[in-house]
Design a protein. Structure first.
Length: 441
């Protein structure tokens, strides 16, 4: 490996001092970097240091940094119209993107769309819509979930620190059930001989905790992201769909991190053959512009009356232009297929590392959504949180930005831009291998 970079560099140090004086302490930073420019899968900081990006803006940059068609679309739109508020005076770009989202969404029949600004807002609006449609109030969520930082979304989220600590009380009538986290099974069972206890639990839950007739919605990430890149068994999502249909519950797929090509399909639910009622979308929908959406069955989407959903900035003209250009780019460049190829090659390399490094307890992936769970001991599965942090820092010193996840802080997650070159990916994996060797010694 190369000599370690001096990080932060002098310009970044000066900016950090300025940042500390004017920015709330609750805004944390995983690296000491101030990025000046980026393209594809590469970022350059203000001191001229170049980095390979394996975190992709936490899932925002499936199409890469500054894809040219998206930049051009933003520039063209900015010359004509930046804002009006669609709820007062409308514009065509809103409709263009909505029609495109309907075209690619894996839900049959009539579909409709609404926009908001962030993933958390999309989640909150999906719950509002489900409650309006069902005339019920309860919501089922799952352990290890992350759905956002607003009050309702925090209530749906599992990780206490740093997301929930000291921010209560949270919204009522939210019920949590264990997720299909096979590596750390709640029931101490082994898949597939377990018989899917995580689905069987619903019968007991509906008897002991809450009547299904009071549940408006069930919300699930097809792959749990912040919770540790937990990929469920193939039976889990179809089983949830059956339970939801049986009891008239709206099934919401939170595809905020899994959507737009990341898992080898445009949306992760397509890998499981499941058709949700509503899908929340954000992150890679627009290559970095603030935009999110709720897309779903028209009869459900139309339940709230005029004025009951929306927002001042929702579906901003610049964001809609970026969204349409981003989706077209993902399709034209066949980035879903690229994600599947990336995932296969990276997992093969990681399995080789697993043979060398006992720290690697589990490797999970669906397409190019890849998690490596680190443990101090493979038998006890004690989380290796400190070693996970050390590895990410060693990678940074060699020009690789990679971040962690997991309720226990012991999962290295990969969300590389899907436009990353084979050479860049090979270099990144070499750095990761070196970092494991250094920390494992």
């Amino acid at each position: 490996m190369n000599e370690k970079m001096e990080l932060p560099g002098p310009k970044s140090k000066a900016l950090i001092d300025r940042k500390n004086k004017c920015t709330a302490r609750g805004i944390s930073q995983g690296t000491p970097l101030f990025i000046e420019k980026a393209s594809g899968a590469l970022m350059t900081d203000v001191d001229g240091n170049e980095f390979i990006d394996l975190y992709g803006g936490i899932g925002v940059l499936n199409a890469g940094h500054c894809p040219r068609p998206v930049v051009d679309a933003i520039k063209e739109q900015a010359e004509k119209l930046i804002h009006t508020c669609f709820m007062v005076s409308m514009y065509e770009g809103w409709v263009d993107l909505a029609e495109k989202l309907i075209q690619i969404t894996p839900i049959k029949g009539d579909i409709k769309v609404t926009y908001v600004n962030s993933g958390a807002e999309a989640v909150e609006n999906a719950i509002k819509i489900a409650r309006s449609f069902t005339k019920r109030t309860g919501v089922i969520a799952f352990e290890m979930a992350f759905h956002g930082r607003t009050n309702l979304a925090m209530g749906l989220t599992s990780k206490v620190r740093p997301y929930k600590y000291g921010f209560g009380p949270f919204a009522s009538e939210i019920y949590k059930l264990p997720s299909a986290y096979c590596y750390r099974c709640y029931y101490h069972a082994n898949y597939p001989s377990c018989g899917m206890y995580c689905l069987e639990q619903f019968e007991r839950f509906f008897t002991s905790e809450v009547e299904p007739e009071t549940i408006a919605a069930m919300i699930i990430e097809p792959v749990q992201g912040e919770g540790g890149f937990i990929v469920p068994p193939k039976e889990f999502l179809p089983g949830l769909k059956t339970i939801a249909e049986t009891h008239g519950i709206v099934l919401i797929a939170d595809e905020i991190q899994t959507g737009f090509g990341r898992t080898g399909r445009m949306f992760a639910v397509e890998n499981y053959g499941v058709e949700p009622d509503l899908i929340t979308m954000a992150k890679s929908i627009s290559a970095g512009m603030p935009l999110s959406a709720v897309v779903g069955k028209a009869e459900i989407m139309d339940a709230p009356g005029p004025g009951m959903i929306g927002g001042t900035y929702a579906g901003n003209p610049l964001a809609c232009a970026a969204g349409l250009a981003t989706i077209n780019y993902i399709e034209q460049e066949r980035l879903s297929a690229r994600a599947a190829k990336i995932g296969a090659s990276v997992v093969e390399r990681l399995q080789g590392m697993q043979e060398k490094y006992p720290l690697i307890g589990d490797i999970r992936s669906l397409g190019a959504m890849i998690g490596i769970e680190l443990v101090k001991d493979r038998e006890t599965k004690e989380p290796a949180k400190e070693e996970t942090a050390q590895i990410t820092q060693e990678c940074l010193s060699q020009g690789l930005v990679i971040i962690s996840a997991g309720v226990f802080g012991n999962v290295i997650r990969m969300l590389m831009p899907l436009v990353i070159s084979d050479e860049q990916l090979e270099k990144a994996l070499n750095i990761l291998d070196w970092a494991f060797a250094k920390v494992q010694k």
